[in-house]
Structures are given as C-alpha cells and as structure tokens.
Write a protein that binds this ligand. Structure first.
Ligand SMILES: [Mg+2]
Length: 182
C-alpha cells in the first residue's frame, strides 16, 4: 500500500448531526457504502479522522463516539476492522502538535507507519479544515458538498489551492478511479 484515502466522518460519511451521541440517530449519506468498498477494492488504504470536541466539552464520552463508529459500519454492512486506522480527535480547539484537524499529526504518522506516498493520498471532508489537513500533510485534498455548505469564498480558496470539489463521496470516488495512474 502506498496510496490511501483519509476521510472525515460527519458530513462526509454520515449526515452531520450536531454533537452526535446516539448511534440510533445516524443517517448514512447516499452512495457511501459502495464508495468505501470501491476505494478499498482499488488497493487504497482507508483511514478515518474525525474531530470530536464533544469529548473535551463533556457532551459525550469516547465510548459514545466508538459506539457511533461501530453502528455506522454495521449500517454500511462493513466489518469492524474496515478502516486501517481511525483517529478520534477529542480536543475542543486547535493545539499545535495535537490531533484536531487541521493538524496533520495523524496523517503524518500514518504516512510513516504505512509507507504512504503523500502525493498519492487524499484527504476528503466537508469543511475547509479537512482540506487544510490534507494540504498540511502534503496530500491532495477534496471537499464534498454533503455536509456544511461551501460558500463562494471557500470555493475560490479551494480553486486557488487545487482542492477539488465534488457533490459527494460517490463523485469523488469516480474521479479517484479515473485518475488512479496519474
Ligand atoms: Mg465533517
């Protein structure tokens, strides 16, 4: 494995519920199951990086986040060990050297541990911090429009930094597979 896709969770894989705590409230975004499957079958490593400030803020605990991750995979009919690694960042604000996006600490660790080539890796999410995390790690970055709405300023910023914008994960995967040899 020298290529991988790093994915945000809320607004990218599942609908963004404010401080999601209850696994029963999870709604999978359309097309995500097939997309995750296609990424893995094409030989990409697959990682999830989710900011969960609700932990530090005391709104929920680590076990609630893990239960939601478990339920999400179950709803997608994917095994518990589907992701190569999952990073739950509990901080409530950006701390240099911490795990909270846009810190690329997790991505850089995975690049080293799995011998990934950053230019063959993508970070995909619905917020600018996701794109920034990818860029900070030397990866390619993509935004999906299934979560937080992207305004014109953000779309301009994305264009100026070669961050690609897709309607959702399914469209991103189409692009990923078309450009696999580039
Ligand atoms: Mg998100």
């Amino acid at each position: 494995m020298n290529r991988a896709v790093f994915l945000d969770r809320d607004g990218t894989l599942i609908k963004d519920a404010h401080y999601l705590k209850d696994p029963e409230q999870i709604e999978i975004i359309e097309g995500v199951g097939c997309s995750l499957d296609a990424i893995k079958k094409s030989g990409f490593g697959i990682f999830m990086h989710t900011n969960q400030s609700g932990i530090t803020r005391g709104y929920y605990g680590w076990e609630d986040v893990r239960a939601c991750n478990h339920r999400m995979l179950q709803m997608l009919n994917l095994p518990e060990d589907f992701f190569d690694q999952v990073c739950i960042a509990p901080e409530d604000r950006f701390v240099p050297g911490g795990l909270r996006k846009p810190s690329p600490k997790f991505e850089l660790e995975m690049i080293s541990r799995y011998d990934l080539m950053p230019r063959r890796c993508w970070m995909v999410g619905d917020k600018w911090i996701d794109a920034e995390t990818g860029l900070n790690a030397g990866m390619r970055a993509a935004l999906v429009q299934t979560g937080k709405p992207l305004d014109d300023d953000l779309l301009d910023r994305a264009a100026s930094l070669s961050v690609e914008v897709f309607t959702g994960l399914e469209q991103f995967v189409g692009h990923l597979l078309e450009t696999i040899d580039e």
